[in-house]
Write a protein that binds this ligand. Sequence first.
Ligand SMILES: [Mg+2]
Length: 180
Amino acid sequence: MANLWHELTPGPAEGLSVVYVVVEIPKRSRNKFVYDLKGGFIKLDRVLLSSLHYPGDYGFIPRTLYDDGDPTDVLIFANEPTDSGCIIEARPLGIYRMLDRDLHDDKILAVPATDPLFDSYRELEDIPPHFLEEVAHFFTVYKDLQRVKVTGLGWEGRAVAEAEIERSCARYARHLRTSR
Ligand SMILES: [Mg+2]
């Protein structure tokens, strides 16, 4: 079975202005589907304990490794939910900084690069401010009933998001070298 974490590239071309996102959870789902990083399949990790749903498609960028030991997380701002396992070509516009159990677990915010509706979305400032509030709120309370403390640290723009993706690509490459 193909393992999309290892076998896909981070994006369709050189540079990180457009990245591949492997969708785990479709928008509006309450199911917490996760990609099994060893097995290369999607499994139901749990159902959100709170009566909340994901505010956008949610997944990860192949060949990245973030500070929490998982690939870099991405939330997609889109109208139409896709499906678990779908690959989206997405344009990163910003990053929401947060701590989950004291580890950095930041979320990249991106728009689908192949939906013309979002052609004019180029910077974080192009996203409706209320959506940024919804996302910040979701990620700071979605684990409340698990008694897991998540601390929101605020939004940063596209340049920071791209720099963090680049850093997570380098971390993945280092990890591969040292684990062989
Ligand atoms: Mg994470």
